[in-house]
Design a protein around this ligand. Structure first.
Ligand code: OGA
Ligand code: MN
Length: 283
């Protein structure tokens, strides 16, 4: 089998993988091409993949070990697949704010492979943003300053027993999340990381899980982080992906952010997510 074609999305991040049917057997060479593409573009998009949960898991496992997310409810009979679901009567979606997955872990997940099982008639897109591009477009002076800093990341305020959602009566994410008592771990990572696949530098802070700068007081941290977030949120770094049933987005958590757009109230959206183990991050 010849290698797949990787075609840039035309936006600020991501590429489409053409000429690849995930039901076919794949050589290690094909996997290496995809891994390199992931490191280069940050997200790989696949269309029209009619695959079973077993095939999804087998494909994901070619890249790394599967990480079972402790906070997401799994798909029935498939503990390695997390369910990312919103029912017609539910208001809150999962991932509805800029974030990168698992930055609260000491060895953050390298990526997630999200497969659309059921899409709403319209809406429910996911926006991705390149943290390579966010880094590259900072001034040399700020790059140098940020190079010496480390960010503190946490899951407590999102998944923990005192998470903001418990105080928000309009938040109905409850039935889809679990194990709040396990949200106790914080992690510290360099603010600027060298990407494990591409070697390129990327900005590694995110509005979802970064709670401060190591050694800085809250007011200082907040000011710097807000400035970086505003910079990183610029549409120039982003690409908006429209899902169809059978679409897959395979993103690299170290090189990107993502945002699940919550604009399809009254319709159902069901996704299967497999998360892949990563390594500790270095400057
Ligand atoms: C996730 C997530 C985005 C989406 O699964 O980590 O943020 O569009 N999902 O469902
Ligand atoms: Mn996410």
């Amino acid at each position: 089998m010849s290698n797949p074609i990787i075609e840039p999305s035309g936006g600020g991040v991501g590429a489409f993988v053409r000429e690849l049917n995930l039901n076919d057997s794949m050589t290690d060479d094909t996997i290496a091409v995809l891994r390199k593409g992931l490191g280069e573009y940050g997200v790989l998009f696949f269309r029209d993949q009619d695959i079973t949960p077993e095939t999804h898991a087998a494909f994901a496992s070619r890249f790394s070990n599967i990480n079972i997310n402790r906070f997401f409810t799994p798909v029935l009979d498939y503990p390695m697949i997390a369910e990312v679901r919103k029912e017609p009567e539910q208001k809150t979606n999962i991932g509805g704010g800029w974030h990168t997955d698992h930055s609260y872990d000491k060895e953050p997940a390298m990526g997630s492979m999200l497969l659309a099982r059921e899409t709403p008639p319209s809406g429910g897109d996911t926006i991705f943003a390149s943290m390579y591009s966010a880094y590259d477009t900072l001034s040399d002076g700020l790059k140098e300053t940020l190079g010496g800093l480390r960010g503190v990341h946490s899951s407590r305020h999102v998944f923990g027993e005192n998470a903001a959602r418990f105080k928000d009566k309009d938040n109905d994410a409850g039935d889809r999340l679990r194990n709040a008592q396990e949200a106790t771990q914080d992690a510290v990572h360099p603010l600027i990381i060298s990407h494990p696949i591409s070697g390129r530098k990327a900005l590694y802070v995110n509005p979802g899980f970064t709670i401060g700068i190591e050694g800085w007081v809250e007011k200082e941290s907040k000011a710097l982080l807000e400035m970086l977030y505003e910079h990183a949120r610029q549409p120039e770094h982003a690409y908006r992906f429209q899902w169809r049933t059978g679409s897959i987005a395979f993103w690299d958590n170290r090189a990107t952010w993502h945002y699940a757009v919550n604009d399809y109230h009254g319709a159902r959206r069901l996704m299967h997510r497999i998360t892949l183990e990563g390594d500790a991050l270095a400057a």
